[in-house]
Design a protein around this ligand. Structure first.
Ligand code: SF4
Ligand code: SF4
Length: 67
């Protein structure tokens, strides 16, 4: 799973447009992550120009167990 640090986000919506499963959407004035749709591909982390998205290792493991 990923984590978005909202304070540094410039709302470029790059993460939303690159996400293959629509797991990030604009909700109000911030980017909202929907973990149930996330496949941990890491594309949003790579594309974010503000570097405010990080992979969350523990949640990643949990997601693997649930598969
Ligand atoms: S890691 Fe992949 S699937 Fe998950 S939110 Fe980012 S782009 Fe979408
Ligand atoms: S790519 Fe980064 S800066 Fe752009 S909207 Fe997503 S989280 Fe915010």
């Amino acid at each position: 799973m990923i984590k978005i640090k909202h304070e540094g986000c410039i709302l470029c919506v790059g993460c939303s447009s690159v996400c293959p499963t629509n797991a990030i959407e604009v909700v109000g004035t911030r980017m909202q992550h929907f973990p149930e749709r996330c496949i941990n591909c890491g594309l949003c982390v790579k594309i974010c120009p503000a570097n405010v998205i990080t992979m969350c290792k523990d949640a990643e493991k949990k997601a693997d167990i649930q598969k």
